[in-house]
Ligand binder design. Sequence first.
Ligand SMILES: Cc1cc2nc3c(=O)[nH]c(=O)nc-3n(C[C@H](O)[C@H](O)[C@H](O)COP(=O)(O)OP(=O)(O)OC[C@H]3O[C@@H](n4cnc5c(N)ncnc54)[C@H](O)[C@@H]3O)c2cc1C
Length: 309
Amino acid sequence: MEDLIIIGTGCAGLTAAIYTARAGLSPLVFEGPMPGGQLTATSEIENFPGFPDGIDGYSLIENMRRQATRFGARFEYATIETLNLNTTPRQLHTTSKTYETRAIIIATGAAPRLLDIPGEKEFFGGKGVSTCATCDGAFYRDMDVAIIGGGDSACEEALFLARFASRVWLVHRRDKLRASEIMARRVLAHAKITPVWNTAPTAILGDDAGLVRAIACQTTPAGQLVEIACKGVFIAIGHKPNTQPFANILPMDTNGYLLTATGSTHTQVAGIFAAGDCADSIYRQAITAAGTGCRAAIEAERWLQHREH
Ligand SMILES: Cc1cc2nc3c(=O)[nH]c(=O)nc-3n(C[C@H](O)[C@H](O)[C@H](O)COP(=O)(O)OP(=O)(O)OC[C@H]3O[C@@H](n4cnc5c(N)ncnc54)[C@H](O)[C@@H]3O)c2cc1C
């Protein structure tokens, strides 16, 4: 039986692994379907503290993994399919094996929703397509960019991008934003943001250098084809937390984000903690994921210690 199992090897899971391994818990860490998590999909990270010249996502994650391994974390290339929290110890099931543990840190992250159109995957990560304006906006200084979406996140990202870009096209398939009134008003009043209503992207187009040059769109309902010239395309149509294995087992909000006690990583079930993007619909940054991973590690360690006594 394990003392602690960590599910996920993004920033949250690996930070939790570093802390709990250093505390002598020898955690078993599950890699899941995307070893290293979302950061492995990005070429350059400029906002993680400690790297004044930036660092690529893969190297940052590999450094964290080495750091955790050095202190005794063990890694398993498997995906957790479901949990049984009615037993003591708790049980975790992969397709082929059952594991038993006293405590669990869930750090399964989230996946940005994509448009599923030609060019999107091809130009993702450093070539012009992004799902995170906070992360990549600064790369598009004095360039034209497009943001796809019409909710609060899309509006927030549009306002953020407008600090750098020369023009922000806000492409939305309806004729009205879904965002809150105040946010919509702020966006529509901004001199650099131009809404493109009733328009849906159909493809992302590249130039000879393999970088984005435009998005091809179709107007609705007329079906007219238009091209919007831009160097960056920011997709802001929401995120999907990777919490399906915990459905009907752990409390979640209506969008599937795991719920934790205020100011803590404790879920409602004793000994089960949640960290990173799977429990955070607001910040979704590497540093906040690492921060909650640290917090979950300390809380899990204290919970285990308390239980022993
Ligand atoms: C393209 C891109 C660029 C980004 N750039 C930046 C940036 O510059 N700066 C920044 O701060 N943030 C950036 N982010 C956001 C950042 O990557 C995330 O906030 C961060 O990775 C979240 O970490 P996490 O550990 O919570 O989850 P994730 O990184 O999503 O990792 C989740 C982990 O859980 C595992 N997992 C999932 N389900 C299971 C399961 N059932 N069983 C076992 N394991 C499972 C996965 O395999 C993965 O290892 C970027 C995101 C993207 C997509």
